[in-house]
Design a protein around this ligand. Structure first.
Ligand code: NI
Length: 215
C-alpha cells in the first residue's frame, strides 16, 4: 500500500503554479489584443505558438471577436477561453456603432454576448468598437467597458511583419495596449517576433482586463 502511494506521488509530482498573474505595478506588462476574428486557421496557429513554442512565457492574449465568426468557429472560441485568454465583444458583424440607433447598438452587442456566454459560460466585460468609432451615445447604450488601444500597428494596412514589429518596438511603454488582427497571416507571422522581443525586454503579456486593474 505504502509503495503504491509512493509511486503515485512520484508519478504525479506537485506542480508549482508559475502562472500567478503578475503585479503590473512592479513588473512591466503589456496587453496584446487581436481583433476581428476568430479565423478558422490563423487563430489556432496563434494559440499553438502560445501553448507550445512559447509556453514558458505564460502569455495571455485578448481577442475582440465578431459574433458571426464566433458562430463559425465555436471550438476555437472555447479553446481561447480554456487557455486563460480574454474574449472581448467586437459586435456581431463589425458594425460601426456610431451609425446605429440605440436598439441597433444593443442588439449587435447583446447577440454577441449571448453566443459567447453559451460557449464559455461567462459574459465578456469589455468591448471594442469596430474602426474605433465610438461616442458618448454608444457608451451610454452598453454596460460593457470600452477598450481602445495605445499602439496601433496598422497591421491590416501594410501587412508587413517587420513593420508591425518596428512600430511596437518604437512605441513600447509599460502597460501599453497593442492593436493587432488575427485575421491576417502577416500578423500571426509577426507574433513570434513580438513575443520574443517583449519577453527579452522584460515584459509580461497579460489580458487587457488584468492590465487595466493597474491603470
Ligand atoms: Ni475591427
Amino acid at each position: 500500500m505504502l509503495g503504491f502511494l509512493l509511486s503515485l506521488l512520484i508519478a504525479n509530482p506537485i506542480i508549482i503554479n508559475t502562472n500567478i498573474e503578475p503585479n503590473c505595478k512592479v513588473v512591466k506588462c503589456v496587453a496584446l489584443t487581436y481583433d476581428d476574428g476568430p479565423h478558422s486557421t490563423l487563430t489556432p496557429k496563434l494559440l499553438d505558438l502560445v501553448e507550445k513554442k512559447y509556453s514558458s512565457y505564460n502569455i495571455r492574449l485578448t481577442f475582440f471577436v465578431q459574433g458571426h465568426l464566433v458562430m463559425k468557429n465555436k471550438g476555437i472560441v472555447q479553446r481561447i477561453a480554456k487557455g486563460g485568454h480574454e474574449l472581448g465583444n467586437h459586435t456581431w458583424a463589425h458594425e460601426y456603432l456610431t451609425q446605429l440607433d440605440s436598439s441597433g447598438i444593443q442588439k449587435t452587442l447583446q447577440k454577441t454576448q449571448q453566443i459567447l456566454f453559451s460557449l464559455t459560460g461567462s459574459y465578456p466585460t469589455i468591448f471594442r468598437p469596430p474602426g474605433g468609432h465610438s461616442d458618448q451615445f454608444v457608451r451610454s447604450n452598453t454596460s460593457l467597458r470600452e477598450v481602445m488601444w495605445d499602439i496601433d500597428t496598422r497591421d491590416w494596412d501594410h501587412r508587413n511583419r517587420w513593420r508591425t514589429l518596428a512600430i511596437i518596438k518604437n512605441q513600447l511603454k509599460p502597460n501599453s495596449i497593442i492593436l493587432l488582427h488575427d485575421i491576417h497571416a502577416e500578423s500571426v507571422e509577426a507574433s513570434p517576433y513580438i513575443f520574443e522581443t517583449l519577453h527579452k525586454s522584460g515584459y509580461k503579456m497579460v489580458t487587457v482586463s488584468h492590465l487595466l486593474k493597474f491603470r
